[in-house]
Design a protein around this ligand. Structure first.
Ligand code: CP
Ligand code: NVA
Length: 306
């Protein structure tokens, strides 16, 4: 049966651990200049309704390095924009492609596609989740901390898509996750409820970033106004005042804390330039690992788990 990644909850702990192992192996080979064309003859479509630098380029490069072909599909040039039913789009694209990577607003659209398509559907970010981001970030955590067990991961800022995927990961993998979010930008209760119903993981939501940061092994932040929220920018700047990841916050964390950001970053807003460029920042390694994780994801969904 095909496997989709509409949210991390589509995967088991075993599957996620397999992705980490394969991504690490693939990264090692990449560094040696070894490329195996395991996806020769395969095509992955990429539909992006929001801008992207890292996710799109790394998925395209991943497909090419695996011997397959990425096909960027401008959704505005397709019948999706003229309201062709999602089930019809899913059925037709399933006859041409071997996987479909989708970045859009609505999580429901991605889940509807997954339900109707016979090919794997990969969520490359919705308003609700960013599962592939957190998979590649966890690869970075594993490399830096030797694993994810017992690592205190602290999220500072908006409790939306990336934070939601961290909460899902906590439930599946048993992470120690603390989120500091302003009262009006807390994670959605439906997402938190899923952790409550899982035996693994400890997820705590607080309002004070200083309280959260104490002893953090990972300090993670994201933009205050996500794609599609540009008009709320001024209002959001006020809500998130005091949630900036600065040196004071870093000083409260563990000495070897890794500062993470999914990027793009706004220096002087959610993170200071000094911290982003400072010795604890691992943001460029994080960005690099998107390529290696996306290769592992494409290979697993198109070939290994079919
Ligand atoms: N982190 C991330 O998803 O970056 P892009 O928006 O550039 O893809
Ligand atoms: N929360 C951000 C993540 C960007 C990768 C957004 O949705 O714009």
């Amino acid at each position: 049966m095909k496997v989709d990644i509409t949210t991390l909850s589509d995967l088991s702990k075993e599957q996620i651990d397999e992705l980490f192992a394969n991504a690490r192996e693939g990264k090692k080979k990449h560094k040696q200049g070894v490329y195996e064309p395991v996806l020769q003859g395969k095509t992955a479509g990429l539909v992006f309704d929001k801008p992207s630098t890292r996710t799109r380029v790394s998925f395209e490069a991943a497909m090419i390095q695996l011997g397959g072909v990425p096909m960027y599909i401008q959704s505005g040039d397709t019948q999706i924009k003229r309201q062709e039913p999602v089930e019809d789009t899913a059925r037709v694209l399933s006859r041409y492609l071997d996987a479909l990577v989708v970045r859009t607003f609505s999580q429901e659209f991605v889940e509807d596609l997954a339900r109707e398509a016979s090919i794997p559907i990969i969520n490359a970010l919705t308003d609700m989740y960013h599962p592939c981001q957190v998979l590649s970030d966890l690869l970075t955590v594993i490399e830096l901390k030797g694993g994810y067990e017992g690592v205190k991961i602290v999220w500072i800022g908006d409790g939306n898509n990336v934070a939601h995927s961290w909460i899902s990961a906590a439930a599946i993998l048993g992470l120690d996750l603390v989120l500091a979010c302003p009262d009006d930008h807390q994670p959605e209760q439906t997402v938190l409820d899923k952790v409550k119903n899982s035996s693994a993981g400890s997820v705590k939501v607080v309002s004070d970033p200083r309280e959260a940061a104490v002893g953090a092994d990972v300090l993670y932040t994201d933009v205050w106004a996500s794609m599609g929220q540009e008009e709320e920018s001024d209002e959001r700047m006020k809500s998130f005042e005091g949630y900036v990841v600065d040196q004071t916050l870093v000083n409260l964390a563990a000495k070897d804390v890794s500062v993470m950001h999914c990027l793009p970053a706004h220096r002087g807003e959610e993170i200071t330039a000094g911290v982003l460029e400072g010795p604890n920042s691992v943001v460029w390694d994080q960005a690099e690992n998107k390529l290696h994780m996306h290769k592992a994801i494409l290979d697993a969904l198109i070939r290994l788990w079919k």
